[in-house]
Design a protein around this ligand. Sequence first.
Ligand SMILES: [Zn+2]
Length: 360
Amino acid sequence: MKRKRKYKVRWNRVLVTLLIPVVFLFLLYFGVIKDYEQERLLKIGYSKEEIGKLREELSSSELKQLSDYSYLSFLTELVKLDDFQIEKLPAYIDYILELEEDYNLDNVVYLVNHNITHPYSEKLVNVVKNEYFIESRLDRYMQYDSDDVKTIITNVNSNLDYEFYTNIQKTDTSKGVLLLVNKYYQLDSDYYYGELVTMDKAYDNKSGSQLSSVAYEAFKNLVDDAEKEGYHIRNNSAYRSYSTQSGLYNSYKNSNGLTWADKWSARPGHSEHQTGLALDVGVKNEYSLGTFESSEEFVWMKDHAHLYGFILRYPKGKEYITGYGYEPWHYRYVGVDVATYIYENDITFEEYYAYFVENS
Ligand SMILES: [Zn+2]
């Protein structure tokens, strides 16, 4: 009978026996790993208080990365900043460790967040934060010799770090009515925008002048509305072909010299008149460009042209940007929205183009 005695399984004991190592490993894992993390940071030089702060912001694996570096005094402040991005932590650290001069941590975060790798300077920060900053021109901004950030941005965006008629590129005609023609951007000799139409005598001091239809429609509205208020605005020179411009420029150059010709006239391929989107305006039956500024029509034009999509293309005080003398008579069609922006913000088309059009 002895042999037949059944063996009774004591489940409680089995369970406890199995659980002990599991609990042990569990405690070992969390206890030892966590302590190890802290030990490591303490060894590098962080205080317990600092480690507490870092633990609030960083995960275990991010804390682990810190043992690749020696003690970083800026770290607790860095991880608390609003714009701090956890995935950029190594980039912030590497950037700061490269620096030898004083820096502002917020600015460092701003630069790194914008993927700027140039060495820190006040100039760099101000350039990058400027509203018209274009990332692809950063090297040119930094090389430009000026302490005034607005000057740097304006001038580099307008290509003034190059001599006029150097670094010439083909005009990007895919930009439509926003295409840029100036001393750096050149049109093919047979180009004009859209469809050229012959202007009606009612809008033209000359006869047979041509303008691109989109600009002509806008100009007709402008002239009609001005007439209603008693101002008599007319065209004095609209579309000019490459060969016409060539003859004009060469005759200026021959009689007045190169400097004068380049200030008041465009070299062939560089004239806005070739686009069909620009025209020189005057008072009805007055052909002289020089007297237009003193007319009431000019005063009306100055503050109304943008409402019809035209800008004063070569303004006073902006000669160094446009490359031309002040021309109160020369207007360029760009559409109402763009013309209004340029009018309200008092910038040139060069600046507008670089920032809003070129890379869009
Ligand atoms: Zn003109």
